[in-house]
Design a binder for this molecule. Structure first.
Ligand code: FAD
Ligand code: NAP
Length: 433
């Protein structure tokens, strides 16, 4: 009898886990990938920026895994709502949790909950057409916007705000979102780092793209671009060089302006009914290397604040979770007997898509070693249990029908290769006419 494994989540970690199980297992294996959305690929579909088409094309690799005869995709199935850990352990030999990191980290400053103070997670979900966020959710009616954080997500968000709607027309951005971007009143974007250029988390390739924006001047203050010391990794040296070259540039009068700022930490989001400003404090590093305030303040007159300070995982019902690391405690992927974890839920929200491949391979090595020689669980198909609960999973073929409808929509609208269909009902209508 084949080894039967349930993988929860169909992002890169889930799909690389399925692939590793098929590749590494010496005996027959059957993998069910259970996903809460009707669509696979996790953040590759709902995170990677729409204009980064070459990165998005990694989905073409992931789809080959879902098409393996040993692997099945079951969409619209949520662990914790439709199935429990106990259900799964009664049906499968092992379960691998790969549910990623879905929510934003908090800043913990006054004004954070004011209307107009927005988590990057929500903003990214919006422009990526995630069914959790209504396409009408954001109106870009402020002329100035601050983006807090200097990681790659902040760079994505800034780029989408700085580009014209025309520059994004050929992407898969939902049509309602494109219309909102067309009506954008944004003139100035401030991207704010609480430490120096040498500490920024963005990568060189992504940073460089900001310097080539056709619709925005990129500005760096010479005093904030100064970096003391010099023994930095190549990637950091590259960032510093680019930022210093921008500090020497004169704006050429593009319609939008991007100010990349350093050594400023947010202390309060100002406003009564909605965001009216962002109060920042100049910082320095203490002798122990901690960010400390200098008592010198500055206010940005922004009408929107986008908080891009990292993602975090949420606990899954019945699965151990560390509130300290916000991950599932594990040893080389093992959580408990027959329970495993991979991806962002295992190691936190860092690393690129490829990092999840080696991570998943480690988890699968642990799993296969643990289960070798162990008696199989003789469980039936999960569909029977789900049907009793009125849940009919979206099959891989149905997902392909959603994809085809997105291609058709793009044709009808005279836009690129695909336009995202938003909303669970619309997606289900597309695959179950
Ligand atoms: C905005 C953004 C842009 C990025 N851009 C890039 C990039 O350009 N290049 C790059 O290399 N990396 C990029 N990354 C990093 C990359 O996306 C991650 O490394 C990767 O997606 C993590 O994989 P994962 O499978 O752990 O999580 P995810 O991709 O988040 O997948 C988790 C999956 O689990 C599902 N799920 C959640 N809860 C449940 C549940 N209870 N039951 C069933 N299913 C559930 C989710 O719907 C999702 O499909 C980006 C990250 C972000 C946040
Ligand atoms: N194109 C790509 O390859 C791509 C695109 C998007 C995302 N990703 C990857 O996805 C992962 C997540 O990216 P991310 O940008 O969300 O996270 P990140 O890389 O961890 O960056 C988070 C940023 O927020 C700042 N920050 C954290 N807490 C803060 C606070 N309280 N006040 C002010 N600033 C604060 C951090 O500054 P400190 O350093 O001072 O803490 C850092 O600048 C990364 O590994 C990233 O590389 C890759």
């Amino acid at each position: 009898m084949a080894l039967r494994v349930a993988v929860i989540g169909s992002g890169p970690a889930g799909i690389y886990t399925a692939e590793a199980l098929v590749k590494q297992s010496a005996e027959a294996v059957q993998v069910d990938v259970l996903e809460r959305l009707p669509t696979p690929y996790g953040l590759v579909r709902y995170g990677v920026a729409p204009d980064h088409t070459s990165i998005k094309s990694i989905a073409n690799y992931l789809r080959k895994v879902l098409e393996l005869p040993q692997v099945r995709f079951l969409g619209g199935v949520t662990l914790g709502t439709h199935v429990s850990v106990e259900d799964l352990l009664g049906l499968y030999d092992a379960v691998v949790y790969c549910t990623g990191a879905m929510v934003d980290r908090k800043l913990g400053i006054p004004g954070e909950d004011l209307p107009g103070s927005v988590a990057a997670t929500d903003f990214v979900n919006w422009y990526c057409g995630h069914p959790d966020v209504d396409p009408g959710r954001f109106t870009l009616d402020s002329s100035e916007i601050a983006v807090i954080g200097v990681g790659n997500v902040a760079v994505d968000v800034v780029r989408v705000l700085a580009k014209t709607a025309d520059e994004l027309r050929a992407t898969d951005v939902p049509h309602d979102v494109l219309q909102r971007l067309e009506e954008s009143q944004v003139k100035a974007i401030h991207m704010v780092g609480r430490r120096g250029p040498e500490h920024a988390k963005f990568t060189l390739k992504e940073l460089r793209e900001l310097g080539d924006l056709a619709n925005a001047d990129v500005c760096v203050r010479p005093d904030e671009a100064v970096v003391l010391g010099g023994d930095f990794p190549r990637q950091v040296q590259g960032n510093i060089k680019v930022l210093q070259s921008w500090a020497a540039r004169e704006p050429v009068g593009h319609p939008r302006r991007l100010d990349v700022r350093f050594w400023l930490r947010p202390v309060e989001i100002l406003g009564t009914e909605r965001v009216e400003g962002l109060k920042l404090e100049r910082t320095r590093l203490s002798e122990e290397g901690r960010v400390v305030g200098t008592g010198e303040f500055e206010t940005l007159n922004v009408g929107m604040v986008l908080r891009s300070v990292g993602y975090q995982s949420v606990p899954l019902p019945g699965v151990p979770f560390s509130e300290q690391t916000m991950t599932v405690p594990n040893v080389a992927g093992r959580v408990r007997e027959r329970e495993y974890v991979a991806g962002w839920l295992k190691r936190g929200p860092t690393g690129v898509i490829g990092t999840n491949k080696s991570d998943a391979a480690e988890t699968v090595r642990t799993l296969l070693a643990d289960l070798q020689g162990r008696e199989r669980v003789h469980g039936g198909p999960v569909e029977a249990l789900l049907a009793e609960r009125g849940v009919h999973p979206v099959t891989y073929e149905e997902w392909l029908a959603i994809e085809a409808a997105e291609t058709e929509l793009a044709k009808t609208l005279g836009r690129g290769e695909r336009v995202k269909i938003v909303g669970l009902e619309a997606m289900l209508r597309a695959c179950r006419p």
